[in-house]
Design a protein around this ligand. Structure first.
Ligand code: ATP
Ligand code: MG
Length: 566
């Protein structure tokens, strides 16, 4: 393609966006922001996105058949799964004006994922045990009402996703497929050039399963996740499920008398610390939960947050939610905000974090309105629990519970996610299979996502220098960026033709602008090879790879040889 055929020009603007990918992709003319979280993929950008999606497609074809589901859905699908009310990123679409509504006033849902769509589709075709397993996928535009679109194309309100869904008649069959999907995902990220820095990471199974789900996390400063590495088991954990042991805090050597302190409307740990003049790591945060039909009090050190995923696993409950004000009142005798560990109602089970075990003279809520207690001690003021647990959200600096060493952690972007969904969606649609005995049995399901537009953003975050993007060759918009300068026009015309004849993708900057601008544009756009022909190259071609320091003069035959070797 000739440069002048591209819609875009590179922009000299000094405007910096909130991330490297937004800045470079905009300046180089790959994307254009329509509004927060919504982008046009311009000609250059679409070429890259398409290549990423084709690499993903090639790998997914090994484990599923491609289809394309609609972006619009009737409310019915989402009502049937109960998710119309619960998915907090769901958008709806309605006629925008009276004339439109006069024709059709229905409300539609803009799908943010497609479990709710694919399940009733599969139900139409696959019901006998002989029909399983089966898996399908699509690469499609998703809509999500994200609170904060950010980091350029890494978190959009409209974005591209590959989503695959599988259906199974047994746990064994599901597991076999799930393991195969893990391997295909690993190969996909390797093929995309992200293999070295992408880690399969254990994450929460959410409301669907007590098991972990698996995220594919790429090490990246602009990512929103924190991944902890457990060197004992060689396992990566999303912070939301990472095991943790709190570093020790020096404790008083002698117990002080327990004391009640009156303090109204002190909300939050910071205010409490100021008011009581007690450091946060000597305070205990107690939260009252409803765990199925049990009431529990979960306690962590003041510097930590409760990890509900861990609590659920320890208690073995299927539903965990903050207790209502009435339940808090029954459990503690106080209004919300004063829960503590001393004198809780007898039916309330205490789940205390391991960091509390060694604490001496600690603070906690007084279980009376507006009362805080300081200098609380296990054994003296309340019975020491028989067991302590890890129920906190891990923090940088925390220790590995097995080795006692500080855990390594890094920032990462979730580029993919595979999820055991159990029977949640099939059951919502009363979708069951008929077994060999003619009996109806539950269907198990999995879902498997890759954020293809996020992958593109992550690539720019990882592969760039101060001059611009350095695309991995398999996704670069063009292999060759051909620059013709004064006196090289004729040679460039012929070279452009022979490159195309050999199916080598080439962008020819044939504009009549300064050499410096052409070189800067080539660096910004980031194709793997820059070729220059001019009066000076004298029938030969200047060859420079994007990441290389130096250029070399080659014959055209050598140029083609080198390209083949790339
Ligand atoms: P996140 O935790 O980042 O919000 P998620 O868990 O909601 O992601 P999934 O529903 O599993 O994401 O979606 C599958 C994949 O789609 C993710 O792994 C991610 O790569 C991508 N993705 C999710 N949300 C966005 C978004 N708002 N913009 C771009 N890509 C996204
Ligand atoms: Mg996720």
């Amino acid at each position: 393609m000739k440069y002048s055929q591209l819609l875009t020009k590179t922009q000299k603007t000094t405007k910096e966006f909130d991330s490297v990918n937004a800045t470079l992709l905009t300046k180089a003319g790959f994307v254009d922001q329509t509004m927060a979280g919504v982008y046009t993929f311009l000609p250059l950008g679409l070429r890259v996105l398409t290549k990423i999606e084709n690499i993903v497609r090639k790998h997914m074809d090994e484990i599923g058949a491609e289809l394309l589901m609609p972006s619009l859905a009737p409310r019915w699908n989402w009502e049937t799964t109960g998710r119309l009310e619960t998915v907090d990123v769901l958008f709806k679409a309605v006629g925008a004006n009276k004339n439109s509504q006069a024709k059709n006033d229905a409300e539609y849902i803009l799908n943010c994922t497609h479990e709710d769509l694919i399940t009733p589709i599969a139900q139409k075709f696959r019901t006998s045990y002989k029909d399983f397993p089966v898996a399908v996928y699509q690469i499609q535009t998703k809509f999500r009402n994200e609170a904060r679109p950010k980091s350029g194309i890494m978190r959009g309100r409209e974005f591209r996703m590959k989503d695959l869904y599988s259906f199974h008649t047994s746990q064994e069959d599901f597991q076999k497929y799930y393991d195969a999907a893990k391997a295909v995902y690993t190969a996909t990220f390797a093929a995309l050039g992200l293999g070295k820095d992408t880690y399969m990471t254990l994450a929460s199974g959410g409301d669907f399963t007590k098991d972990f789900s698996h995220e594919f996390q790429t090490r990246c400063e602009a990512g929103e996740d924190i991944v902890f590495y457990d060197e004992v088991t060689n396992t990566y954990y999303n912070r939301e499920v990472a095991p943790s042991k709190a570093p020790q805090v020096t404790q008083d050597s002698e117990q002080k008398p327990m004391e009640e302190v009156y303090g109204e409307n002190i909300t939050g740990m910071d205010a409490l610390v100021k008011f009581l003049n007690v450091p946060a790591d000597k305070c205990v945060k107690t939260i009252i939960y409803q765990a199925d039909d049990q009431v529990i009090a979960v306690a962590v050190r003041g510097t930590y947050e409760v990890n509900e995923d861990k609590v659920k696993k320890i208690v073995g409950c299927s539903k965990l939610s903050l207790a209502t004000p009435e339940v808090v009142k029954q459990a503690t005798g106080a209004i919300i905000g004063y829960a503590g560990l001393v004198n809780l109602a007898a039916n309330v089970r205490i789940i205390a974090d391991e960091a509390l075990e060694e604490m001496v003279n600690f603070e906690c809520g007084g279980n009376k309105d507006h009362i805080h207690i300081i200098n609380v001690n296990w054994g003296r003021d309340l019975p020491k629990p028989a067991a302590f647990y890890d129920v906190k959200v891990a923090q940088p600096g925390d220790l590995n519970p097995q080795s006692g060493k500080v855990m390594e952690y890094f920032k990462a972007a979730e580029v993919g996610n595979i999820f055991p969904l159990q029977s949640r969606f099939p059951e919502a649609f009363k979708y069951r299979f008929v077994d060999e005995q003619g009996k109806e049995q539950p269907i198990l399901m999995g879902s498997y996502g890759i954020g293809t537009s996020r992958v593109m953003g992550v690539m720019v975050e990882k592969f760039h220098d101060e001059k611009g993007i350095i695309w991995p060759k398999q996704v670069a918009p063009f292999t060759v960026h051909l620059i013709s300068l004064r006196g090289g026009e004729e040679q460039a015309t012929a070279l452009y033709q022979s490159l195309q004849d050999k199916n080598i993708e080439v962008l020819w900057d044939e504009r009549d602008i300064s050499p410096g601008s052409k070189f800067a544009d080539a660096d910004l756009i980031g194709c793997p090879v820059r070729l220059v022909v001019s009066a000076k190259t004298n029938g030969q071609v200047e060859w420079k790879e994007r990441a290389a320091e130096k250029a070399e003069l080659l014959s055209e035959a050598e140029v083609f040889e080198r390209i083949n070797q790339l």
